[in-house]
Design a protein around this ligand. Structure first.
Ligand SMILES: Cc1cc2nc3c(=O)[nH]c(=O)nc-3n(C[C@H](O)[C@H](O)[C@H](O)COP(=O)(O)OP(=O)(O)OC[C@H]3O[C@@H](n4cnc5c(N)ncnc54)[C@H](O)[C@@H]3O)c2cc1C
Length: 504
């Protein structure tokens, strides 16, 4: 397959968030080119129905499709997200909680003092180097303020979203149908390959077949096409990332709606708390090698005050890793079928979006050659591995010693990726981390501020006893007043959401 002209029909297999996102992006990219995009989904296999936090890049998805927040957010009970609080990941004094901010324009002013303090702290000075004190996003999150400023505030603010995963799927399906994407409800039994090993058609449960020129596998963890049909090799991340299970359950939302995800370290993993307009989504991501599903559920219920509640908990299994080729033959895998890191940092829909959007660039150029596939697969693999490394860093730098789980994560006896080793050594030797991140060209996965926030937030500094008086040169919270004044330009989150009305 060398040109776009050979494609007249694209069949997206799966109607979860990934399937509808991919279908919408692809249909948008080939509109007016006479290509039919169809989505097939089983009525017997449901969607995974979790995945309720995003990164800021999701805004680009809606912007591309010209879908305004006032249209989709109310329908999905969506809220704004300024970043993630990590509670209890570090046992270092003063680091019980730190904030990973979504870096925003005003941080051009606040990052330099943060980095200056971090550098001083690395040299043993007794100064504040907790990211929470230096980023506007942290202040907005703390005060439950919507991260969209009044018109007179001259800085653009970056934010992500929280949303009800089931409602998002329904909304995207509605938009897809409006744009002419065909929706087929049928269960696929297997895929049939042609003599060149391409997918010729999918065979349905009733014995009929659906043929297409190109297939997009969005069938979730079952990976019907990329794995079961094409047997694409899978690169497991399980050596470095120990969690393989999750439990999800809702609780009531409070009056004030926070603009952050809270990620709290638990005995054998971590718990998420995601505020929506009508409820909190809670979950516990854990390793089944260290605890049982029952014990984990009890631990989560205790944490969220649901021990005596009969609200059922959903138990899920996760397969961490990625396929070697996301684009293999005439098939593109998008979403859980292509791989999954784990929910920490909420990267899955971001990777879904990038996988589909970057593929669209090739589609638009009409270049579906072998060479294009190789370039594409390398790029998507780098995205996955780059994000994986940042996630591993959370576990590797934890200083908890209360359970074997946390000790195993800190020891991480298996091979730590070289990229991460260089980051750790650069940091601990007090060299410029920004230079190292630029040298590795990994800023596109996580910006420099994110690495500083993680390592400083976890308190990866020389021991307290070694602190020197160099700290006298640095004010403790030099930016508090400035950031608080900036925050005056933002409105209460709940009130802001209440004013969102669908555009007429
Ligand atoms: C515990 C957990 C927490 C997560 N948290 C986040 C988060 O905070 N942020 C984030 O971005 N992501 C998160 N994710 C990932 C997120 O849930 C997924 O990326 C997202 O929901 C997309 O899933 P999907 O569409 O790939 O698969 P699914 O939702 O599983 O959809 C699969 C589709 O394939 C169809 N299908 C399957 N088999 C057949 C068949 N035989 N015939 C026809 N159709 C078939 C199904 O009907 C369904 O429509 C989380 C995942 C887990 C497990």
């Amino acid at each position: 397959m060398t040109t776009q002209d050979s494609i007249k029909k694209i069949l997206v297999v799966g109607g979860g968030s990934a399937g509808w996102m991919a279908a919408l992006l692809i249909a948008h990219s080939v509109k007016d080119k006479g290509i039919q995009v169809s989505v097939i989904e089983s009525e017997t296999v449901g969607v995974i129905g979790v995945g309720e936090g995003s990164t800021p890049v999701m805004k680009r998805f809606f912007d591309t499709l010209e879908i305004h927040e006032t249209e989709w957010m109310p329908e999905c009970n969506a809220t704004y997200k300024s970043g993630i609080a990590f509670d209890g990941w570090s046992s270092k004094p003063g680091h019980a909680s730190y904030f990973h901010p979504f870096v925003t324009m005003v941080d051009n002013l606040t990052m330099p003092p943060f980095i200056e303090n971090v550098k001083a702290r690395l040299q043993g000075a007794d100064v504040c180097a907790l990211p929470n004190k230096f980023f506007l996003s942290a202040q907005l999150a703390d005060s439950c303020l919507a991260p969209i400023a009044d018109h007179n505030f001259p800085f653009f603010t970056t934010y992500g979203y929280h949303f009800d995963a089931m409602l998002l799927g329904k909304f995207l399906r509605k938009k897809a149908l409006q744009t002419g994407i065909e929706h087929i409800k049928a269960h696929i039994d297997h895929a049939r390959l042609d003599e060149k090993g391409n997918i010729a058609a999918v065979s349905l449960a009733d014995g009929s077949e659906l043929a297409a020129d190109f297939f997009v596998d969005c069938s979730g963890f079952s990976a019907l096409l990329i794995d079961k049909a094409l047997k694409t090799p899978f690169v497991s991340y399980a050596d470095n990332l120990l969690n393989d299970s999750a439990i999800a359950m809702p609780t009531d939302i409070c009056d004030k709606i926070p603009t952050l995800t809270v990620s709290t370290a638990m005995k054998h993993g971590w718990a998420w708390k995601i505020p929506l307009q009508n409820r909190y989504g809670n979950g516990y991501v854990y390793s089944s090698a260290f605890t049982t599903a029952d014990q984990a559920e009890t631990e989560l219920r205790e944490k969220i005050g649901m021990l005596d509640s009969d609200t059922p908990a959903r138990h899920l299994k996760m397969k961490l890793g990625r396929v070697e080729k996301h684009w293999n033959k005439n098939c593109l895998a998008v979403g859980l079928s292509q791989g999954f890191l784990e929910p920490l940092e909420a990267t899955a829909l971001y990777l879904t979006q990038m996988t589909a959007a970057i593929f669209c660039l090739f589609l638009e150029k009409g270049d579906l050659s072998e060479q294009a596939q190789q370039v594409y697969n390398q790029e998507i693999n780098d995205y996955f591995d780059g994000h994986r490394n940042y996630i591993i860093a959370h576990y590797k730098t934890n200083t908890r010693t209360d359970t074997e789980y946390w000790k195993a994560n800190a020891a991480n006896l298996h091979r730590i990726p070289d990229s991460l080793k260089h980051i750790f050594s650069t940091w601990l030797e007090g060299r410029d981390l920004g230079d190292e991140i630029r040298r590795q060209n990994i800023e596109k996965y996580y910006p420099i501020a994110s690495w500083y926030a993680l390592l400083a937030g976890m308190g990866i500094f020389p021991d307290a006893e070694k602190k020197t008086t160099a700290g006298e040169q640095h004010q403790q919270y030099p930016l508090g007043d400035f950031i608080q004044r900036c925050a005056l330009n933002f409105q209460d989150h709940r009130s802001f959401l209440a004013k969102q009305k669908p555009a007429m």
